[in-house]
Every structure is written in C-alpha cells, then in structure tokens.
Design a protein around this ligand. Structure first.
Ligand code: ADP
Length: 311
C-alpha cells in the first residue's frame, strides 16, 4: 500500500490530508498556521503521521498548496490552491453528482471557481483585498460579540427577531457597526444572522462573476458554520453541497494530484529501464546457450567458419 499526503498551508490554518492508493482519506488534521509557518506545517504533518501509525518514509509523494506552499521545503511538488480545490471538490462531490461551481471562503480570501463538465477549471474570481466576507471577518465579529467562531451557527439559529442590518462593506467599519448595534440593544443572535446575510450577499456577487451553475459546492473553514450555509442557500435560492470535512478538500486535492504525478514518474522510470523479468529471461537464455551441451554440439567445431549457421 502506498500513501500520499497533501498539505494546504492557508493564511489562517494548515490542513493536512493523507490518502491511500484508492484515494481513501486515512487521516486529516487542521492546525494554526501562525507566524512560524513552515515549523507549524511540519509539526501538523508529522503529528498526523504519528496519529495514523505512519512514518515520513511511508509517504510516496507529498504535495503542498495554499499561500505558504513554497515554504515547505521537503515537498515533492507545489500546486495552486485553485487547481487543488477543484480536484478535491470533484472527488468529494462524486456521490452528489457533477460539481460545476465551488464557493470557497478561507481565512483571508473568498473564491468562486467554475468547473466544466469534466471537472476542469474554466473560470474563477477571487476577493483577497478586503477582509469583509472572509473567515477573518467572522472571527473578528465573534470576538466583538464575545462568542466562539464555532458557535456562530448556533447563535444564527437561535435568533428570534429580525436579523440586524449590517451594511458596512469594509471589515473595519463593520466592527464599529457591530459595536454600535450592541449599544442600541440588538441581540447577539440577530447581529450574527445579519452578519451571515451580509457575507452571503457579498459572496453571491462574487459567484455571479463566474456564473451560478449547479451543483454548487461550498468549502473552506466557514462552511462549517451552519448559519452561513443557510444564509447562502436562502440568498441563492439553491442547495449547496457541503462536504463532511469542508476545510480539508484542497489538501485532499493536492494529495490526488501528487498521486497522479507519482504514477507518471513511475511509468517514466519503467520505460527508461528494461523490466527486471525481461532482463532475467535474457540472462537465462544467455547462460543456457553457453551451458547447454546440445547447443555446443550444434555449434561444434565449425563455429566461426562460414559453415556454422549459428554465427
Ligand atoms: P485558510 O485556508 O485561508 O487558512 P480556512 O479555509 O482554513 O482558511 O478557514 C479558516 C476560517 O474558518 C477561520 O478564520 C474561521 O472563521 C473558520 N472556521 C474554522 N473552523 C470553524 C468552525 N468549526 N466553525 C465555524 N467556522 C470555522
């Protein structure tokens, strides 16, 4: 059995996925990227290997992706996160049908990727200039509301009243807007729901730039937020495919690309060197010809002369 690893080094989190020959994920891990990007990615990778009972030498091919991908020195290959995300979504989305649009919200950017019928990237749009509409914005809002990012979904569903209007298009202004809403007595639940609708509207504008084609697939860490998922589905008027581990799709895609590169390299090697079985057959023939008495008899004393048919 051979194993392949993909490491997605994002702005906020490092995601590691290890899969086997059959593309079954046998382990995954999410850790903070932090300031010591390479060290934290390496620690996450090695600790996942320990957890699943593997060693570094068991990984036939390691592929990195994400904004910090080039910092990981011992990778066999680095790949863009758009390609890795597309390949991962195609594989994970298979049980649902053909994925045609990926919505990815990460820690500091958001993307919309359009795929053709074969799962190849045909277009993409990206917002990496403004924190509004990204995971960082949600983390900031949660901090201001004194709740955990992981509880945003629950707060959304507990909202009884009308969602608060959060209009600011910039994360900095949105922060003061949230503080202002709290000061006016709005409930945290209604503010959270308002924030989710505001992010959903921004995200859909991005998706419309590449075209809204079904099936739509939503991934990245914020896809774990059920309130945000509901807001996007409401605003789109369409259902989204949400994978079981939405944060790990891109790392998984990188591992798949790595497997393909590895298989290609193996095939190249095989073509360059003769097959061992063929070599042994040729050697055996050679020894047989020199040792076989009947062969010597045939060659006989005429060997080397024009009457020898074997020369
Ligand atoms: P990147 O690849 O840019 O580092 P990720 O796709 O890893 O980004 O997403 C990171 C973001 O995901 C965090 O900023 C956070 O807002 C969000 N997130 C992570 N885990 C959860 C969770 N359990 N519930 C809700 N949001 C989450």
């Amino acid at each position: 059995m051979e194993y392949f690893a993909g490491i997605d080094i994002g702005s906020t989190a490092v995601k590691v996925a290890v899969m086997d020959d059959d593309r079954q994920i046998i382990g995954s891990k999410v850790a903070k990227t932090g300031a010591l990007v390479y060290k934290n990615a390496q620690t996450a990778f090695l600790s996942l290997l320990t957890e699943i009972g593997l060693q570094r030498k068991d990984i036939a091919y390691l592929t990195t992706t994400g904004y910090g991908r080039k910092l990981f020195e011992d990778a066999d290959e680095t790949i863009s996160e758009i390609t890795a995300n597309a390949i991962g979504a195609k594989q994970v989305g298979k049980p649902f049908g053909t994925i045609r649009t990926i919505i990815n919200i990460g820690g500091q950017d958001s993307k919309a990727i359009s795929l053709d019928e074969d799962g190849n990237v045909s277009n993409f749009a990206m917002n990496d200039r403004c924190a509004a509409g990204t995971g960082r914005f949600l983390d900031m809002a949660a901090r201001n509301l004194e709740i955990e990012t992981t509880d945003l979904g629950e707060f959304h569903y507990n909202a009884q009243g009308t969602p608060a209007a959060v209009n600011a298009t910039c994360a900095v202004f949105a922060e003061s807007e949230i503080i202002g809403l709290l000061g006016k007595g709005h409930g945290r639940e209604e503010i959270v729901k308002g924030i989710h609708f505001s992010i959903a509207k921004r995200t859909i504008r991005l998706v419309k730039r590449v075209g809204v084609k079904e099936l739509l697939y939503f991934d990245g860490g914020p896809a774990l937020n059920k309130g945000l998922v509901a807001s996007l589905e409401d605003e789109l008027g369409k259902r989204l495919v949400i994978p079981e581990f939405p944060q790990v799709t891109t790392a998984f895609g990188a591992a798949i690309i790595g497997q393909e590169s590895y298989q290609y390299e193996q095939e190249e090697k095989e073509q360059l060197s003769p097959k061992p079985e063929k070599q042994s057959i040729e050697l055996a023939e050679h020894y047989k010809s020199t040792l076989d008495p009947s062969f010597s008899k045939t060659v006989g004393s005429d060997c080397g002369t024009s009457s020898c048919s074997n020369c």
